[in-house]
Design a protein around this ligand. Structure first.
Ligand code: G3P
Length: 225
């Protein structure tokens, strides 16, 4: 399982990177716009913070394959590093994926709501496909089952594409995606933080410290007794 952060907020990225095993950052136009800053400066700031090796997924906005290809070239030149260009699974997006794959650009097919969209994107050359779990759940769909079916299809056809599940609002959604064998998730830092939360963990840790400090003294840890 790879954990990615679905945010362009520098403070949030710094905090989550410090604590958790984060493989990279995903953005989309909404996430970038939320920061209300210069687009390229923001993306470069993220790149410089996470390093050249970390995955950085940045979305193209073009409505035609020509525009999407031009955006991908721009991003490759200006951002570089381990970059994935996100392309929505509209027909022109699929056409752009075929062209970009030939040019060696790494691709994340996005705005995916059905297994067949994911399958076609994978055949067109997407390295990752990003199904939106919570947005499906919100309209009485079953987002995690869609992830499961995509994983199944990729295995069935021996496709090398990976599932980067996105759009989460609960730990349960992340849990089901992992049970289905989703390869990666991207979520907001608060969801990543929630994955570790359990009141019994907190009370257990507090009890350990109370028992230890009762004998070895307040503030003492193994390295300073
Ligand atoms: O990357 C896609 C993701 O950001 C969508 O998440 O929470 O807006 O449904 P959400």
């Amino acid at each position: 399982m790879l954990y990615l952060l679905d945010t362009a907020n520098i403070t949030e990225i710094k905090k989550a990177y410090d604590l958790y095993p984060i493989a990279g950052v995903t953005t989309n136009p909404t996430i970038i716009a939320k920061e209300k800053s210069d687009f390229l400066a923001k993306v470069l700031e993220i790149r410089s913070l996470i390093g050249e090796q970390a995955m950085l997924h940045v979305q193209a906005l073009g409505r035609t394959s020509e525009q999407i290809v031009a955006e991908a070239d721009y991003l490759r030149q200006k951002v570089g590093g381990n970059l994935y260009v996100k392309v929505p699974v509209i027909p022109e997006g699929i056409k752009a994926m075929k062209l970009l794959k030939q040019n060696g650009i790494k691709l994340t097919a996005t705005a995916i709501f059905t297994p067949q969209q994911a399958l076609m994107a994978a055949v067109a050359g997407a390295d990752f496909v990003a199904p939106y779990v919570n947005r499906l759940d919100n309209v009485c769909g079953d987002g995690t089952s869609v992830v499961g079916e995509i994983v199944q299809l990729f295995e069935l056809y021996g496709l090398p594409s990976k599932v980067l599940a996105a759009s989460f609002k609960s730990v349960e959604q992340v849990h089901k995606v992992s049970l289905y064998g989703g390869h990666a998730i991207t979520a907001s830092p608060d969801i990543i933080e929630q994955l570790l939360k359990h009141p019994l963990t907190d009370t257990s840790v507090e009890q350990f410290i109370r028992d230890w400090e009762g004998v070895y003294g307040a503030g003492k840890v193994i390295s300073n007794i």
